[in-house]
Design a protein around this ligand. Sequence first.
Ligand code: HGY
Ligand code: MN
Ligand code: MN
Length: 409
Amino acid sequence: MSSNLRIDGARLVSRLMALSAIGATPEGGCRRLALSDEDKQGRDWLVGQLQALGLDVKIDAIGNIVGILKGREDGPAVIMGSHIDTVGTGGRFDGALGVVAGVEVLATLRDAGLVPKRDMAVIAFTNEEGARFHPDMLGSYVWAGGMSVAAAHAELDADGAVLGTELRRIGYEGAEKPGFLPAHAYLEMHIEQGPVLESEGGGLGAVTGIQAICWLELTLKGRPSHAGTTPMAYRKDPGLAAARINIFANEVTKTIPGQLANSGVIRVQPANVNVVPETVVMTLDLRNPLDAPLAEAEATIRSFCAELAERDGIEISFRDLARFPATPFAEELIAGMEQSAAELGLPIRRMISGAGHDAQMMSRLCPTAMVFIPSIGGLSHNPAEFSTDEDMTAGANVLLSAAWRVANA
Ligand code: HGY
Ligand code: MN
Ligand code: MN
């Protein structure tokens, strides 16, 4: 590839804006929960873009969408990708940027009449966010062989909708077996979703790996009773217990280095103002750059819950929603991102990813790396999520250069 080949930044941005119009929210963000009607519209749009590029478009049994640019030789492909599903208060860039950047790289190569040695592909993975169905990174987890299609199809959302039924309802239960396209390497472009790059005056991130993650669902059962007549000493109040657990998990982050914790879901039943609740279902999102301290944090929280249950007469049960170890990326691909940035005269620095990504799953199959661009205000999973056209173009040019290099090595 001639060293001055560049992606078409205006085309990249216009594709991103076209996708972000699907499921657009009044606050300026996007809401395309996995397998929702909005997700279907986004999928239909993407398939249309891939077909218009003349790519070989395939869909697998968990709904992962793949566009393939044939290489000169048969064999494992260089895959670029991310996701187009969002959280409920999603922005326009999380996931979508990595998919449209992959599309842009293939469009640029096609426009230039360049045929890589290896197949190159762009993939949009199903349910990366884990906001509706669990675990997160579900489509790439199935693709990487970590979860069976049957088990994934049986997952339920909070309202009892079945993943497989929803996948068929939107018409995206494909014929291909997940992982049907052998991977030589996987490269993902993504927004940083935190404040680091911006706080250092901008520049790109060569991602060295992803931190460990543990999502727990706790079900707390107490005894429903009258809020006016039941003396405090007689109450078995799971709402109070949930609050104590939330605060304790936060306290643990002050004693274990690098530890993060929050409770993003708290559902109270019967949710009547004058009833000491019967049941509370809550989640804990626990993360740490290292596996051992994360395990220590989880064990500490579990023993706190056991003592609380004993003392307050609350029944507490746990369910794993997601559990993935800290994941290092491939040194030669990280260095490749740095080399591409240097050749393009772009500042880049190494960093770990606080967020989970499909790259966490693909690294089980092949050498994997990511490139980050700054998130303005460090915001993400928020409608105000924003990255500049200039940074998007810079990141996509690094993706083009790095992917082309590994596709022809
Ligand atoms: O939760 C995460 O880190 C990702 O956004 N799914
Ligand atoms: Mn993402
Ligand atoms: Mn996300």
